[in-house]
Design a protein around this ligand. Structure first.
Ligand SMILES: CCCCC/C=C\C/C=C\CC/C=C/CC(=O)SCCNC(=O)CCNC(=O)[C@H](O)C(C)(C)COP(=O)(O)OP(=O)(O)OC[C@H]1O[C@@H](n2cnc3c(N)ncnc32)[C@H](O)[C@@H]1OP(=O)(O)O
Length: 283
């Protein structure tokens, strides 16, 4: 009953889903809520590679707030593209950036992580494409990961000459443990889907996007006979200390980020990395 009235805030589409836009004219994040199940699909759609810029993160943050308010039954996070889930942070947000914008940008990333990591309802990352760095972080924030075969995932920051912040690291450690994380992070390892499955970085492998989506939906069935309150409170207890570690240090974390990316050698490295991405395309 409550779910029905909450869902009535979303305009009903012809196929039994409700489309929802955080800004009124969704461009970078599209949310549809299944009218029967109350499960929301949050589709990242910033071509070509869903790199995370301020605008995408702002939309994602406001979508997550709305889903929380509207008591969604669960979230599936996926990409519009079958090639890339998310290429992580848009390097242009860190390279030769203005202080005002980079402050807004990093604050928005913190906000998205806090909201997604702590979302009360079950969350699944339907990883239907490559998920390096910030893309991996989004997937790690969810409770369950289904990944399409022959893609790659990992926190590859050291390969760019940058250091993954503590909350990125904690998100990984909480899933694959300290030893595996240390090796993965220090080497900037990108795991294939098959490798990620083997070490528990992802929970299931799928043939393609459709299969990944249907496996993602299956996850919610695990909670059919579980009290939603007991489930949500248990999740909150488990995740509380990790979230609080950032919440209490947001300002410090922001200063560290700005300080780090402004370093001359980091700027040089980011410039070279951007160039290498462009060259890779040509060859
Ligand atoms: C001392 C104490 C310090 C404490 C710590 C404090 C602070 C820490 C400081 C910093 C931490 C910052 C954290 C950063 C995390 C990140 O997310 S960094 C981003 C890392 N991302 C990547 O490495 C991915 C790079 N991209 C790829 O590998 C590939 O593009 C892909 C995703 C595998 C897709 O390949 P595909 O062949 O399909 O596409 P293309 O490579 O041809 O790319 C198309 C197009 O898009 C551009 N592009 C790709 N990725 C990015 C990106 N991340 N940002 C911006 N632009 C990107 C690419 O250049 C192409 O552009 P075009 O040639 O103009 O078409």
């Amino acid at each position: 009953m409550f779910l029905r009235s909450a869902l009535s805030l979303w305009p009903l589409a012809r196929n039994g889903t409700r489309s929802y836009s955080s800004t009124g004219v969704t461009k970078l994040v599209a949310v549809t809520v299944d009218d029967q199940t109350g499960i929301a699909t949050v589709n990242l759609q910033r071509p070509p590679v869903n790199s995370l810029n301020l605008e995408l993160l702002t939309e994602l943050s406001s979508s997550l707030t709305d889903l929380e308010k509207n008591k969604s039954r669960g979230i599936i996070l996926k990409s519009y593209s079958d090639a890339v889930f998310s290429a992580g942070i848009d390097i242009l947000e860190m390279y030769k950036c203005e202080e005002e914008r980079v402050t807004l940008f990093w604050s928005a990333l913190q906000e998205v992580w806090i909201k997604l990591y702590g979302h009360f309802a079950p969350t699944v990352a339907c990883i239907n494409g490559h998920a390096p760095a910030g893309g991996c972080l989004l997937a790690l924030s969810c409770e369950y990961r289904v990944m399409v075969k022959e893609k790659t995932i990992g926190l590859n920051e050291t390969k760019l000459g940058i250091v993954a912040p503590q909350w990125f690291i904690a998100s990984l450690v909480n899933i694959i443990g300290q030893r595996q994380s240390e090796v993965a992070l220090t080497t900037g390892k990108m795991f294939t889907t098959e490798e990620a499955l083997r070490i528990g970085l992802v929970d299931e492998m799928a043939e393609n996007t459709e299969d990944a989506f249907s496996k993602s939906l299956e996850f919610f069935k695990k909670f059919k006979n579980i009290s939603p309150f007991a489930r949500a409170q248990t999740k909150a207890f488990i995740r509380e200390s990790t979230i609080q570690a950032l919440v209490k240090n947001r300002e410090k974390d922001l200063k560290m980020f700005i300080n780090e990316i402004r370093k001359e050698n980091v700027q040089k490295g980011l410039g070279q990395y951007l160039e290498s991405l462009k060259k890779r395309k040509v060859s």
